[in-house]
Design a protein around this ligand. Sequence first.
Ligand code: NCD
Ligand code: ZN
Length: 344
Amino acid sequence: MHTLTLRRPDDWHLHLRDGAMMHAVAPETARHFGRAIIMPNLIPPVVTGADAAAYRDRIMDALPQGSTFKPLMVLYLTEETDPEDVAAAHAAGIATSVKLYPAGATTNSASGVRNFDKVRPVLEKMAEIGMPLCVHGEVVENHVDIFDREAVFIDTVLDPIRKATPDLKVVMEHITTSQGAQYALEGGDNLGATITTHHLVINRNDILVGGIKPHYYCLPVAKREEHRLALVKAATSGNGSYFLGTDSAPHLDGAKLSACGCAGCFTATNTMSILAEVFESEGALDKLENFTSLNGPAFYNLPVNEDTITLTKGDPVTYPEAIDTPDGRVTVFDPKMPLHWQVS
Ligand code: NCD
Ligand code: ZN
């Protein structure tokens, strides 16, 4: 097989940032993707419907002329979030989902939730109106080892929330463990999970063996090889529980290559080439469209994209090592393997 045509893919978890950074990175996603769920962890965060509408306008201004890319906006859940504002933003088509960050779990999560009981009224309203909750699934307690934080979150936070609010649609964002993949599979129609490009490629050895690799550091941190294999199996299965959320998370190189380096891998530029390589090596190219283009819209009750993209196989693909912004470089994720599929 040397060409592969897919419904245009969507990215169900993306960081576009704001200002000059957004202008530099937005075209990288808009080139191949039809829509993306836009993460709201700006400083200050995108909390209200008005914040989301203003951010959406800024994103539209950052897109290349003629682009048909559609940002799907997300509200950042705080303990002060007003259920009525959430419902109004959803009804007006301004906000597609709400994002739950446990306070302190990741980049710009300080305004997130400490006491999950405080957001019950918002979650109940969301269940009533059918609005999905996107969840960063890691506990933040100091005594819990960073490699165990996802599995502990599922047992101690996510499962109780889902039992208390069974009608709430939940997306487990960027799962990194076999436990996450299994829980998503067993969760029925109201539960889905996004999987990133980089978690299909790297394990924790890739971050730490032979010298620390800051560009492979992200949250949730990559786990053991057995977990990467579980994610590959899940993504390439075609099962509707799993869909692509790249979590492409640009940071300036200066912020990554630091004594306290930021978490995030920037994969917008080469994601489709990497995914095609991973799916091909599993003999699952016929499942790539499910993962990138069909399962996400089905979960979100949105139509699939009307148009298609075509990938062509040939000599190893070249892509830039970094994207330039007026403030500095953003290194593009290096999958450490030749990529043969290119979006034509
Ligand atoms: C994300 C970021 O930089 O905003 N970083 C990351 O490592 N994934 C935040 C997030 O999604 O956790
Ligand atoms: Zn993210």
